[in-house]
Design a protein around this ligand. Sequence first.
Ligand code: GLC
Length: 414
Amino acid sequence: MTSSQDISAEAKQVLITNDRGGYTVPTAGLYPYQWNWDSAVAALGFAQFDVDRAWVEIETLFQGQWDDGMVPHILFHKSDPGYFPGPDVWGCEGPIPSSGIIQPPIAATMARLIWAQDEEAGRARIETLYPKMLKWHSWIMRWRLHRGAVCTTHPWETGRDNAPDWDNTMQRMDASDVGEYTRRDTQHVDSADRPTKFDYDRYIKLVQIGRRLKWDQAAMLAESPFRVADPTMTFTTLRAARDLRAVGQSLGADTATLEADIKRLEAGAATLWNPALGSYDSRDVLSGEWAGCVSNASYLCWFAGVENKDMLARLRAVMERVTYPVPSNDPEADTFDARRYWRGPTWAIVNMLIGMGLADMGHEDEAKTLAKKTGDLIEEHGFAEYFDPFTGSAAGGGTFTWTAAVWLAWAGGN
Ligand code: GLC
């Protein structure tokens, strides 16, 4: 039996091993750069044993911020031929070579949590970060809203790459002219755990479209075939607005705009309720069609400060249905696939966000159970990228930063 202290020591070691000096890679090989939301979670992990390093992680992320406020989903600090698509494919011109899309904006939430652990010394750090985080938030509010819900322009932006949420939209896309390219992901891990070629062709096609439009948001709004209002982007942005408001108030800033943003986003979150499905769902804003998917992101409502009794009943049911909740797709759905990435597996990072939300909204029992089951999963199956929700078996990459960080910050010691 490994003790929980031993696992914490291993978790720490994972963060240290994946540290590339100022930023952390999700895992060596498969993901050799700095990823936006992974980095925010890594920071929270570091905060459990090295708070200065925690701040540095977020500060490095914001060094990649574009002039217009956008914070890219990947920063290519040092080129690595083992990853595709690299900086030459994206063709972006930010301060650090990067991708041209974003990821769920959880950095503000993590920065606020880190500040709570480092109140005095952290004040100067958060004061410097605050205007940058606000600028990114304003960029999202300016470019990505549809009826108040936050849209994604690429499946990668949501962090839920091959979720069935995008299936209908992807089916309508023509990627016949995408050209030849060599995938690198399937050279690192089992292709049965990864997205299909059909999906990959469309991911690359969307990158080609963004590049042709020079990542100009107005042009993309007019031309891109992919725009989906989604629970991940909407709930994390709403949460970020609340955290930014709290930070702003502590710093004595005027938070009237954030107040208004929160109202808009709350109204937007309500537009993601699919009454026929009885769940928060993704909505294709170009076709008006529902995706019809209950994903793990559907349960991020509490993280956003949104209460919903039907979601709570659903959560209790799925926690009974699978050994290791929360599955990224409804186990009863035709599209469910226990090992394929975001079409079924359990992801510790999303569990942590769901659990934080549950605790904030007073659902202590569910929050504790979820943290305990996530802790058991990591204890029994290691710091994997994601896990089979029925057997717990590890899938995707190993030695994974955010799984280790989740252990240190939330799931360990339960
Ligand atoms: C995959 C995941 C995404 C994550 C990235 C790096 O693309 O779907 O959520 O940020 O890997 O770990």
